[in-house]
Design a protein around this ligand. Sequence first.
Ligand SMILES: [Zn+2]
Length: 396
Amino acid sequence: MKARFAVKTELQDILLKGRVVDISVQNGTIASISPSIRSAQQVILPLPVDPHVHLDKTFTANRCQPAEPGLFGAIEAMATDALNWNEADLRDRIEKALAEAYQNGISAMRSHVDWTQKEAPLAWSVLGEIMQDWRGKIAIQRASLTPLDMLGDVECGTAIASQVHKDSEVMGSFVYRNENLDILLEQVFRNAAHYELMLDFHVDEGLEPEASAFDRIVDLTQQFSMAGRVLCGHACSLSVRPMAEVSRVIAKAADAGVALTVLPTTNLWLQDNQNGKTPRLRGLAPMHELRAAGVPVLLGADNVADPFFSMGTYDALDVLRNASIVAHLAPADWLDSITTNPARAMGREINEIKIGGSADFVLIEGQSWEEALRNPNALRQVFRAGRTQSVGKEAA
Ligand SMILES: [Zn+2]
């Protein structure tokens, strides 16, 4: 990595929202954007935002292997490893993750933090301190992640909601085919409404068509008038439920103001994962249909180097590349899934590429988005307030 600062930078032949332009950056601000008659040499996007990562779990893959493939084997392996977490270990791993995200141009991220007892876990406070150190570089938001049976319990759920409210963070839950699902979810929404919290669910992360908590969350979002404040992640079972049923709930979700995060790498790894068998079912929520119906679709890295997914990177462009392959996306049409949509879901604004705006963006070598994403080593320049940092083959 190398960093430099120039008072004035002229960028030529940039593909911006389907047009080829020249961009002039002066004193950290975009001074002008003018049409170019040449063909594009680089593509541009605002600094990406990742709405769904797990900084407490990251970089543990080498020391904990799940005994069984799939989601529940990973949950078990992680729970065993978590018994040994301490401040130094958490700090090392989280700092490594943030350094990687920063280098790749991430400007904001929401991290889930496992919260499996009444009191806040150590990782919550450690990440809370690290967040302050990273202010002005990456804006980090914490989301508690508690099994629904616990979060829907009146006493325990209220204690957690109250603490999350004190910390001005987001409340979240893992929801999968729970008994008494309706009662438990309603209690979660009641607390969210009382404490004015945003909600973020890991929901229906599996391939049983009976997993339909997403529908209930949509209904409750409507009932509690929480449009724009509820984010669902995964919803893998939408990929195996009858299409007529899916179409109905998607239309309702758009109406209720629920957004959905698709986590392609972790889903591809965990869904239909059985030893010695090639996966057939990919657990991908119907992204095209959701967006066509008006549901904001977001993309996230989810697990990076942990028992849930032992590879992965903190790189939204790598996530977009993977999503483009698995969901047949034209990447240029889906840049909002790694920029404006996640920013909005986090209650933030994004620095758009416009005259007078801060020069915060990523440039990647390539005449089109397909070409830019084709080669993971394509030269990438990250600009923050006009300061550049190169990533890729010329940066070494
Ligand atoms: Zn997750």
